[in-house]
Design a binder for this molecule. Structure first.
Ligand SMILES: Cc1ncc(COP(=O)(O)O)c(C=O)c1O
Length: 289
């Protein structure tokens, strides 16, 4: 079951105009909210990010948070999986094709769900492969825009190289990956590039930083150079669907040195375990009205 503009319906019935600015210009924003045991994870934080994406492109937020919560709850209830990705998209709406934002449009609101399948234990054992590519996207990667052509091109290049992810570098500095944030470990310290217009402020990124802080794991949020990425002891990508996934080869070369080379490192394993515990604790917490 999906939701479109006030109605719940089977996906086959969900239809929009070809003049929708989401179709014509990619003029819209989105969120993907992970759901565990039918409970949304970090819903408030996703709704805060949605609000700032909408503000950045001057679309009025169609709903208050309480209403969003209710709609997300109904989508969860209307779909068969215990663990889901709830996808939510808002476009500016339907208008005659003209680049400048027309005023007074009714935004198109769409939601759907899919099964959430986190990385398998086997993948966590081996880690994933990534390639490093130049970040040629625009300069407002902090907006969770549906215009994802750059990300799609980069991810396709990674897939064609047999890799799970493309890790991106702009002017010699690590930004993020095509659909995830990136952390590295150097000299035992976890390093994360700071939030800026050049990266998406990941909800998982924030959870990981909270976990590092709460467990006194050495870390620094600071710009990370490409050479630091390439000589890191560990590299991980984080996202709602991939959680904390170790990258064990970069451009075909093993990440790390010595006995850990090409294998998930100890810090990644620890943070992954802490992330699982954190998820469980949130799922067991009482539900607030
Ligand atoms: C470009 C990009 N960066 C980072 C992320 C991670 O964000 P989150 O942790 O909120 O899933 C995503 C998620 O899809 C993304 O597309």
């Amino acid at each position: 079951m999906v939701y479109l503009n006030g109605e719940f319906m089977p996906i086959e019935r969900a239809k929009i105009s070809v003049l929708d600015r989401g179709f014509i210009f990619g003029d819209g924003v989105y969120e993907v909210i992970p759901v565990y045991s039918r409970r949304p994870f970090r819903l408030e934080e996703h709704l805060v990010r949605l609000r700032s994406s909408l503000e950045a492109i001057k679309i009025g937020n169609p709903h208050e948070n309480a209403k969003w919560g209710e709609l997300v709850g109904r989508i969860i209830a209307g779909n068969p999986w215990e663990d889901q990705n709830v996808y939510l998209q808002i476009t500016r709406g339907v208008a005659k094709r003209d680049h400048a934002f027309p005023k007074g449009l009714k935004p198109t609101v769409f939601m759907m769900a899919s099964e959430l399948i986190p990385p398998t234990p086997e993948l966590m054992e081996t880690g994933a492969a990534a390639i490093v590519l130049p970040d040629f996207r625009w300069l407002r990667c902090d907006i969770k825009s549906t215009s994802l052509l750059g990300n799609c091109m980069l991810r396709t290049q990674a897939a064609e190289a047999g890799c799970a992810e493309a890790i991106l570098v702009r002017e010699g500095m690590l930004t993020e990956a095509s659909a995830s944030n990136v952390f590295i470990v150097r000299n035992g310290t976890v390093l994360a590039p700071p939030k800026s217009h050049l990266i998406l402020p990941g909800i998982t990124y924030d959870v990981v930083l909270e976990i590092l802080r709460a467990n006194a794991i050495a870390h620094e949020v600071r710009p990370v150079g490409e050479s630091e990425l390439r000589s890191a002891e560990e590299v991980w990508v984080t996202s709602s669907s991939r959680e904390v996934l170790p990258i064990t080869t970069l451009d075909g070369r093993p990440v790390g040195r010595g006995e850990n080379a090409g294998k998930p490192g100890p810090v990644a394993k620890r943070v992954h375990d802490l992330y699982q515990q954190f998820k469980l604790s949130v799922m067991r917490a009482p539900v607030h009205a």
